[in-house]
Design a protein around this ligand. Structure first.
Ligand code: HEM
Length: 413
C-alpha cells in the first residue's frame, strides 16, 4: 500500500520522532497510522508537534472523548482545520465576503452552533434519508454493473468517489454534471495542505458556485435544501445569507470526502479480506454490525480544536494558538475499549465508536452516511461477490484530516 504522492507532497521534513514532532500529512502516517497510534498510546498518549502552528494528538479513547465534550476549554469557533480552511494562504484576500459566519454548525460554538445545527437535522432525519435511499441504490447499482461488465475497475475512484457527491448534490439541488468538478474542489480543500494554490482553487470554486446557487434561488425559489435554508428563520428574522452560504459549503465539504473515504476503505477491506467478504455475502443479517465496524476500524475524520489562551490538559501545557486534534480514528483503535481493536469483527457486539465524533458536534449527517455505506456495500456485493485487488502496490491512500483510499484497482472474479 502506498500513500498518494500528489496529495501528501512531503514538503515538510520526514518525521523521526512521532511523540514530539508528528505530522499528520506525513506519507507514513497517511499510509499506516495504526502502528504509530499503538506505540504512542503506550509511550506518550498526548503527542505534540510544532509543525503547522503547533498541535497535540491524543490517541486514547478516554482523552478524545473528554476533550470533545469540554467545549468551554476546547471550542470549535477558533478553527477546526490544521491548515486554515477559510483564511487564505499567503495573505490572499478572503474567498468571499459572504463567508463571515464560517461554516456552521461545525465551525461554531453556541449559540450560533445550536440553531444552525437545528436547521440541518430535519434534512438528515431517518425518514428523509429513507427517501434518498431510492436514488442512492439506483446510482450504486448503475456504477457497480458498469464495473462488472468491464471485468475490472477502480473501487475507490470509479465507485466510492462517485456516490456521496451525487447524493448530496441531489439533496442540495446541484446538477449531476458538476459532480467531478465538486469532487476536485473538495479534494483541493481537504487533501492538499502543502499546496496553497490548489487549496485556493478549491475554496474559491466551491464558494463561487454556492454564491451563484443562492442568488438563483433568491430570484426563483426551488424545491431544494438551499431554498429551504433561505426561507428559514431564527428569532423571527430570516437566516442571514452568510449563514446559508457557510452551511451549504459545509454540507458539500463534510458530505463528500468523508463518506467516500469510508466507502472506499470498506471496499479495500472486502477486496483484501475474502473471509469477511464471504461471511457478509452469506449472512446479510450481519450488515448493521458490519457497517458500524467498518466505520470504527476505518474512521476517516480528524477535526481540530484551537485554544486561544494557555491552558492545560492532563498535565500537557497547551499554548495559546495551538490545536488539539480530535483523533477519532485513533480512539477507535484503543484496545482498552475495543478488544482486538486492530481486527475487523463483523459482528462486534459493543461498538461505541467515535467515527462520527461525540458531544455537541456529533455528525449531523450520520443517518445519511450510514445509509450510503450500507447501500454501496449491498449493491457492490450483489453485483460482484468475488473481487480482488489486482496489484497492492497500486493502492493509494490520501490523508491528513480525512483519510481514505483514492485508488483501489480490482479484478472481478
Ligand atoms: C462516513 C461519513 C462521515 C463521517 C465519518 C463523518 C464524521 C464527522 C465527524 C467526526 C464530525 C464531528 C466533527 C467535530 O467534532 O468537530 C462531523 C460533523 C458533521 N458532519 Fe459528518 N461525517 C460523515 C458524513 C457526513 C455527511 C454525509 C454529512 C451531510 C451531508 C455530514 C455532515 C456533518 C455536519 C453538518 C457536521 C457538523 C455537526 C455539528 O457541528 O453540530 N457528515 N462529521
Amino acid at each position: 500500500m502506498t500513500s498518494d504522492a500528489t496529495s501528501a507532497a512531503p514538503v515538510s521534513a520526514p518525521v523521526n520522532d512521532w511523540a514530539g514532532d508528528y505530522d499528520i500529512f506525513d506519507p507514513q502516517y497517511i499510509a499506516d497510522p495504526y502502528g504509530i497510534w499503538a506505540e504512542l498510546r503506550q509511550t506518550c498518549p498526548m503527542a505534540h508537534t510544532d509543525r503547522w502552528g503547533g498541535s497535540w494528538l491524543p490517541t486514547r479513547y478516554a482523552d478524545v472523548y473528554a476533550i470533545a465534550h469540554d467545549i468551554e476549554k476546547f471550542p470549535s469557533g477558533n478553527g477546526i482545520s490544521v491548515v486554515p480552511l477559510i483564511d487564505m494562504p499567503d495573505g490572499a484576500p478572503a474567498p468571499s465576503p459572504l463567508l463571515t459566519a464560517g461554516i456552521p454548525p461545525i465551525s461554531a460554538d453556541p449559540p450560533l452552533h445550536t440553531w444552525t445545527r437545528r436547521l440541518v437535522l430535519p434534512t438528515m432525519s431517518p425518514a428523509r434519508v429513507a427517501e434518498y435511499e431510492v436514488y442512492t441504490r439506483a446510482l450504486c447499482r448503475r456504477l457497480a454493473v458498469d464495473i462488472r461488465e468491464r471485468g475490472e475497475g477502480d473501487a475507490a475512484a470509479e465507485y466510492a468517489q462517485q456516490i456521496p457527491v451525487r447524493v448530496i448534490g441531489h439533496i442540495l439541488g446541484v446538477p449531476e454534471d458538476m459532480s467531478d468538478t465538486f469532487t476536485e474542489w473538495v479534494r483541493d480543500i481537504l487533501e492538499f495542505a502543502n499546496d496553497p494554490d490548489r487549496r485556493r482553487r478549491g475554496i474559491t470554486g466551491l464558494l463561487a458556485f454556492v454564491q451563484e446557487a443562492i442568488a438563483e434561488r433568491q430570484a426563483d425559489p426551488k424545491d431544494d435544501f438551499i431554498t429551504e435554508l433561505l426561507q428559514s428563520e431564527h428569532d423571527g428574522e430570516p437566516t442571514g445569507v452568510d449563514v446559508v452560504m457557510g452551511m451549504c459549503a459545509l454540507l458539500l465539504i463534510a458530505g463528500i470526502d468523508t463518506t467516500w473515504s469510508s466507502i472506499g476503505s470498506t471496499m479495500w477491506h472486502l477486496a483484501t479480506h475474502p473471509g469477511d467478504r464471504h461471511r457478509l455475502v452469506a449472512n446479510p443479517d450481519l450488515m448493521p454490525t458490519a457497517v458500524e465496524e467498518f466505520l470504527r476500524a476505518y474512521a476517516p475524520v480528524t477535526m481540530a480544536r484551537r485554544v486561544m489562551e494557555d491552558t492545560e490538559y492532563n498535565g500537557c501545557p497547551i499554548k495559546a494558538g495551538e490545536r488539539v486534534l480530535m483523533n477519532f480514528p485513533g480512539a477507535n483503535r484503543d484496545p482498552e475499549v475495543f478488544p482486538d481493536a486492530d481486527t475487523v469483527i463483523l459482528d462486534r457486539e459493543h461498538n461505541r465508536h467515535l467515527a462520527f465524533g461525540s458531544g455537541i458536534h456529533r455528525c449531523a449527517g450520520s443517518n445519511l452516511a450510514r445509509m450510503e455505506l450500507r447501500v454501496s456495500i449491498e449493491e457492490w456485493l450483489a453485483a460482484m461477490p468475488e473481487f480482488e485487488v489486482t496489484d497492492p502496490a497500486k493502492v493509494t491512500w490520501a490523508g491528513g484530516q480525512v483519510r481514505g483510499p483514492r485508488t483501489v484497482p480490482v479484478r472481478i472474479g
